[in-house]
Design a protein around this ligand. Sequence first.
Ligand code: DQA
Length: 150
Amino acid sequence: MLAHNRIAVMHGVNLDQLGRRDSAHYGELDLARLEQSIGEWARELGLEPTFFQTNFEGEFVEHLHRLDGIADGILLNPGAWTHYSWAIRDALEIAALPAVEVHLSDVDGREDFRRLSVIGDLCFATVKGQGPDGYREALSMLHGRLSEGS
Ligand code: DQA
């Protein structure tokens, strides 16, 4: 068992609407079922996930502020904020934890504005276009990174 195994799983704007969004990009799962799968995959790896979603940018920022001492790694999908929220970028930098960015859809194959991630260089990996399975890969990467430190 890892000594540092607490993962903050953070979903941003509009991700509470999974299940109602374009299934060609986001599949059929709603957020509750996605979080359930993430929870199962995390626990298989010996990770302890906690879940957070908000549609309010300041709440997302404040959640990042609060992670000090209560999380060892971050798995985040900020939704559209990924592409323009410098405030979330700054908060992620303050959190100073190993982080993986995940996108359900293939953001590089869609509209131009989705190609820019303002958080990408603060994350040690980005997983995109793999649907829910991408979260499993991201958890495995976080597990690998946290194992290095223990
Ligand atoms: C997303 C991709 C973003 O461009 C979009 O705004 C989202 C979801 C994804 O998971 O594919 O809301 O982050």
